[in-house]
Every structure is written in structure tokens, then in C-alpha cells.
Design a protein around this ligand. Structure first.
Ligand SMILES: C[S@@+](CC[C@H](N)C(=O)[O-])C[C@H]1O[C@@H](n2cnc3c(N)ncnc32)[C@H](O)[C@@H]1O
Length: 248
């Protein structure tokens, strides 16, 4: 079985190259104003309907953004919640997030090891994670993070967690990549003008998770999936949001 990549090292390398690009590879055009506005727009589209549907009044509550990157959603959460905490495996991302959020007084950013969340138990009233679990290099890392989400959520509190359910490219390519040494993929990507920093399993992620497996992983972590929500920001069928609740 191939060894999994050092997530911290790989994401720090990406963040040192260009933190904004590796958060938003599709739409980053070097306009930071637009970048953070996109975060706010996606929060309106993806987070607000869930807060409304489940009657979550965020005014006196704490939200945690797992895999916060440069903090576009941590900022959006901070506008709604009394406090928002951004957690990321990359301390380079965290440093960038702190700089970008200089005008906020209710945000905290902390880096972790990518497996455990550096947050106290029972401290979160809401957990959000977008485009993060899809990068985790193994299902063990996914399960560990779900156990951590369960640990930090207060009893009965909700999380909105984003998963990859299917590849947008032929899955055979993922299988080939899995058994090809990273340095070979890096060399091939460089040779054909592609980005060698996207050659390893901390970018490619583990095998996608169909909804029944997500539900099983969540259950094993002490989380109940209340519902799955379609993701309008990716190709249909390739991602889902799980609304999860920490068991009572
Ligand atoms: C594509 S970016 C998305 C960032 C942010 N969620 C957003 O949408 O603006 C993925 C982020 O997840 C972080 N990340 C990857 N694996 C992680 C893990 N196991 N634990 C915490 N953060 C992780 C990366 O460092 C990176 O900042």
C-alpha cells in the first residue's frame, strides 16, 4: 500500500507558492476582493439556508471552519456567529488567514496536524467544512476528522460537511495514480506543463465516498447524518453536503 503524504508539508508547500490559487484553483484571478466576495456569496448560498432551516441563531454561538485555508468562510462565519475559529493543517495558510482577517476581532485561526482538531471538546455550536475532506489522503484520516468533529461539537449541535462522492474524471486514472510513485507523476505533470504540486494524495484525496459510506463513517464517529444536500458549486453528483448532528 502506498505511504500517505505528509499533509502539512504538502499544503505548506502549496500555500508558500500561492495560498489563494490552491484554495480556489478554478476562479482565482489575483483579485483578493473578488476572492473574499465569492466566499461571502457561497456562504449565503450554502450556509444560510441550513442555519434558517434548523433555526440556528448564530448571534451568541461559536462556529468552527475545518480546513479554513485563507479564511474566506471563517470570515463569513464571523459575520454571522459571535465567534468563528478557522483550523487548517497548514500553518502557512493560517498565517495568511490571520493577515486577511486583520479587521475582524471575533476570529481565531489555529493549525493542527490534519488528523486531530486543535479545539476543546464541546466547544462548537456549528462546524463547517468545504473542499477539505475531498483532499484527505485516506479514509482513516477522514474517519479521524469526523470523530474530531463529533468531539468538538456540543451535544445536539450541527455540522455541514462537504464530501466528494465521485470523480469528475475517469476513476481508472485515480487508481493508476494511487499506485504510481508521486515523483513519477510529478515528472509527468512537469513534462506536460501541468502543476507538480497536485501530484500527491494530499491533493488527489482518498477514493470518493458514496452517501451510504459517508453515513456509515459518520455513525462510527458519533455523528448522525440528518440529510444530504446537493452541491450547486460542483459538477452534479460529484460532491455532497452532509448535515450531521452530534449524538445526544
Ligand atoms: C481547497 S482548500 C479549501 C479552503 C477553504 N475551505 C475554502 O474553501 O476557502 C483546502 C484546505 O484544506 C486544508 N487541509 C487539507 N487537508 C486538511 C486536513 N486533514 N485537516 C485540516 N485542513 C486540511 C488545506 O491546507 C487547505 O487550506
Amino acid at each position: 500500500m502506498p505511504r500517505i503524504t505528509d499533509m502539512k508539508k504538502a499544503w505548506n508547500e502549496r500555500a508558500n507558492r500561492d495560498p489563494f490559487f490552491y484554495v480556489e484553483t478554478e476562479l482565482w484571478d489575483h483579485d483578493k476582493g473578488k476572492f473574499f466576495e465569492l466566499g461571502r456569496a457561497r456562504a449565503r448560498e450554502l450556509i444560510d439556508p441550513v442555519l434558517a432551516k434548523y433555526n440556528i441563531d448564530p448571534g451568541d454561538k461559536t462556529a468552527v471552519d475545518v480546513g479554513c485555508g485563507v479564511g474566506r468562510f471563517t470570515q463569513a462565519l464571523g459575520i454571522r456567529f459571535a465567534k468563528a475559529v478557522g483550523v487548517d493543517v497548514s500553518e502557512v495558510m493560517v498565517e495568511q488567514a490571520k493577515i486577511a482577517a486583520a479587521e475582524f476581532s471575533n476570529l481565531e485561526f489555529v493549525s493542527g496536524d490534519g488528523v486531530a482538531l486543535p479545539c476543546p471538546s464541546d466547544s462548537a455550536d456549528f462546524v463547517w467544512s468545504y473542499e477539505v475532506f475531498q483532499h484527505m489522503p485516506s479514509h482513516e484520516v477522514v474517519k479521524s476528522n469526523l470523530r474530531e468533529v463529533s468531539r468538538i461539537l456540543r451535544t445536539g449541535a450541527l455540522g455541514l460537511v462537504h464530501f466528494r462522492t465521485a470523480h469528475e474524471y475517469p476513476t481508472i486514472l485515480w487508481h493508476i495514480a494511487k499506485f504510481t510513485p508521486t515523483r513519477v507523476i510529478q515528472a509527468l505533470k512537469s513534462r506536460f506543463g501541468k502543476d507538480p504540486l497536485t501530484a500527491d494524495d494530499s491533493w488527489r484525496g482518498a477514493k470518493p465516498l458514496p452517501k451510504d459510506m459517508i453515513a456509515r463513517f459518520c455513525q462510527g464517529a458519533g455523528l448522525r447524518v440528518i440529510e444530504f444536500l446537493d452541491d450547486p458549486t460542483h459538477a452534479p453528483g460529484s460532491r455532497t453536503f452532509a448535515v450531521v448532528q452530534r449524538g445526544v
